[in-house]
Structure formats: structure tokens, C-alpha cells
Design a protein around this ligand. Sequence first.
Ligand SMILES: NC(=O)c1ccc[n+]([C@@H]2O[C@H](COP(=O)([O-])OP(=O)(O)OC[C@H]3O[C@@H](n4cnc5c(N)ncnc54)[C@H](OP(=O)(O)O)[C@@H]3O)[C@@H](O)[C@H]2O)c1
Length: 318
Amino acid sequence: MEDKIVVITGANSGIGKAAATKFANEGYTVVMACRNLERSKSAQQEIIDATKNPHIDLLQLDISSFQSIRQFSTVLKDKYPKLDILIHNAAYLNHGEKNYLLSQDGIELSFATNTVGPFLLTRQVVSMLEKSEDARVLHACTTNIRHFFEPKRTIEFDNLQGEFKNERPFKTYKFYGDTKMALLLMTFKMADELKKQRISVNAVQIPAIKLSKETINKFQSGWRFAARIQNAFSAPRETMADTYFHICTSEEFKNVTGKLINDKRKVMEPSHYSKGLTQDIKQLMDQNVYPKYADDPENIEKVWDLCVSLTSNPVSRV
Ligand SMILES: NC(=O)c1ccc[n+]([C@@H]2O[C@H](COP(=O)([O-])OP(=O)(O)OC[C@H]3O[C@@H](n4cnc5c(N)ncnc54)[C@H](OP(=O)(O)O)[C@@H]3O)[C@@H](O)[C@H]2O)c1
């Protein structure tokens, strides 16, 4: 399997590290795409020691930065002849953050990290994915998107570059949900765009999974306690790592593209619930459906056009 190459973003901690370990155990060549090489070297060594797989590479990638994505893609193309699996696992969510943070490219940081970065990275490495017999791209989505009850909740499209940072208070969890919903909408369109090249693109809906100590320590103080409580009821990271692996390697998902898949490995469908509190609650509880909002072609096109226009300046054009 060592000739099968998988790139996992944010592979130095949490689910990403567990997934890197899983693929390493199965004999894959794993490229850990991480923003801080110093912090990530120990994770790389741990994985090599635990799995006895020496083919664990570590490359620098800040997925919120266009420049870093371009550099990473160049290095990847120089080192490897093709790419089989690309897992967009890295994400930004800083519970309790009250300020709008903008990426180097002037995009609200969670939108840059969780949506626009994955969009640009996939487009940068399409030529490598095309060389795989069975190329699969996976986006890490979240149950948070289930809060998109129509018609109340929409993505804050007019504020994704912090246009209203002086007027609207920053709500980190709300922004996180917006950017993961945008990621799902982008998944659908990316899957259509890459069908001709036989590259599959899916998203996985992740429920509460145990957070690492490092991640909890990044949260603002009041939130750390809540996160520790939630951790007690959360599933182990390895269960989600196994699910990433299954979606990206199994025969079952070989010809599946443009879908949201839940943690029970079932392909989800757009919600059939109508408006109203009871219907909203049913939608929230139903693990097999996602909000109608994600099934609206207008929303899909809006996200796509925004990703294209933000990444289409002369320097980052792909
Ligand atoms: N755990 C859950 O309950 C849960 C629930 C729903 C969805 N998810 C999703 O699952 C995925 C993994 O989450 P996790 O719980 O494993 O969190 P985590 O341990 O905090 O992992 C996040 C990873 O993303 C990396 N990252 C953040 N910003 C980055 C950037 N700009 N460039 C490159 N890497 C960056 C982090 O690197 P650093 O170490 O350098 O910060 C870290 O390795 C995320 O997409 C998350 O949204 C998780």
C-alpha cells in the first residue's frame, strides 16, 4: 500500500493524528500537512514508532493562507508522482473568541481555514489526483450545520471578510457553523466539477469526538470547563479515524460522490421536514438528513462564486 498516498491536513492532533495513524497502520504513505513543523515533528515520530511505517512525511501547510497552499502544492508535486486521497481535516474554532480575526488574505479566519483554503488546495492538486486510479477527497463537516433551520438561519455572506466587524458582535460558534455549511455546499459543486476527472468528493458529518488537551487549552478559559465536560460524553477519535478510512478506501464508497455521509457511514439526504419548532426539533434529531438550506442551488452557487472570486487574483489563480 505504500504506493498509495494520502494527504491529511491538521494531522498533528485530534482526529487528524488518529487518521494519520490509521492510514500508517494500513501501510499507506501519509503526508501530514501541518502549520507548525516544530509542534508536529513529535506527532510524526510517534506515528512512525507506533506503526513501524517509515513512510510518514511532514510538510508545512497553513490552510488559511493562499501563499502557503501554493508552496505546499509545489513541494507535494515535486516529491510525489500522484495523490490518491486528500482529507481536509484541519479547522479553526476558538471557543470564546470575541474578535474578528482575518487571514493573511483578508478573509475571516474560520472562513479562510474551513472553506476557502480547502477549495484552493484541492484545485491546486487536481493534476495529481487525476493520476490516481481511485482519487477521493473528503471534507470534515459537523453536526453544527443542523442548526440551519429555514428561513431563520443563513450564512452571513456579507460579512465573510469582516465587513461588519465594527457593527456585529463576533460569534465564533456561529461563524464556525457558517463556514462548515459553506464547506458542504462547496463539496456538492466540487464533486460535480471533478466528475469528469473521476475524482470523488464527499463530506463527513462529525458528531462530538474527544478533543485533545492541546485543543481545549486553546479555548478561552470559561469554555475549557465546558469542553472537558463534553469530552466525557464524546466518542474516541479512533472511531472517526476509522470512518475517514472507510469512506476514502472502501469499495462501498468507490463510486459515491457529492454526498454528506454520517458517522454511521450512511449517505444522508436533504431534510423533508417543513417549518416550525416541532419540525426543527425533528430535523435536529434525525441523523439521516441535512438542512434544506444545503440543497438550494442558489446557496451552492453563491459559495462557489465567492471561493472562485477570492482565489482568482493574479497570484493565486489556479
Ligand atoms: N472533535 C469534535 O467534536 C468535532 C466535531 C465536529 C467536527 N469536527 C471537525 O473535525 C476536524 C478535526 O477536529 P479535532 O477535533 O480533531 O480538532 P483539533 O485536534 O483541534 O485539530 C484541528 C487541527 O487543525 C489544525 N489547524 C488549525 N488551523 C490550521 C491552519 N490554518 N493550517 C493548518 N492546520 C490547521 C490544527 O493545528 P494546530 O495544532 O497547529 O493548531 C489541528 O492539527 C475539524 O475539521 C473539526 O471541525 C470535530
